[in-house]
Design a protein around this ligand. Sequence first.
Ligand code: CA
Length: 235
Amino acid sequence: MKKVLVVEDELSIGKLLQYNLVKEGYEVDVVTDGIEGLERALSGEYTIILLDLMLPGKDGMEICRELRQEKNDTPIIMLTAKDSEIDKIVGLEIGADDYITKPFSPREVIARIRAVLRRLNKPEVKEAPIDLVEEEISLNELKIYPEKYEVYVKGKLIDFTPKEFELLLYLAKHKNRILSREQLLLAVWDYDYSGETRIVDVHISHLREKIEDNPKIPVYIKTARGFGYKFEVPK
Ligand code: CA
């Protein structure tokens, strides 16, 4: 049975999650304190962890970071109360798999859990048969090596997080086409609904900082106002 650990100090939210997850067939443990949360999480017996950000004892980010340091790769969905914390979570790349902003509906949480687990069950890129080996993509001064997960800008190797890399690769493979935020969300994050497209914008701005000479006047990743983004190859 799939076991969910909920680390949340607000009892009403913990109970709401527990009630709905149990109804969906999950086994659920709720703890209200960060230190106990970390201990439980380290046991490795959970399929997924829902982790509140602000907690007594130890906050969610610390827990997440410590788990990853301990090479515990249980998927984590962060629960955040403030929109302003999203940048922090995404920006710090603390190793969470997703985040949900409060207030959320139980339905949304369940959809996210499914999406995260579905994503993890996908076969690894590395297991692709030899004839599917992806060639390098060379776009002016930008070079992408899909197999090695490497990107060079003007001959310099640039660090990308896995999601940034996937997003860049998707954009590059669909160059000169306008792609909606929803389309990018589905392709890169595997969400089948359009509630949280802000994560796309945050990642686009990270990509621009990494590949554009001037992120404010991008030449590769253009904004298609009201629609989404378009990847162009500058002349
Ligand atoms: Ca809290």
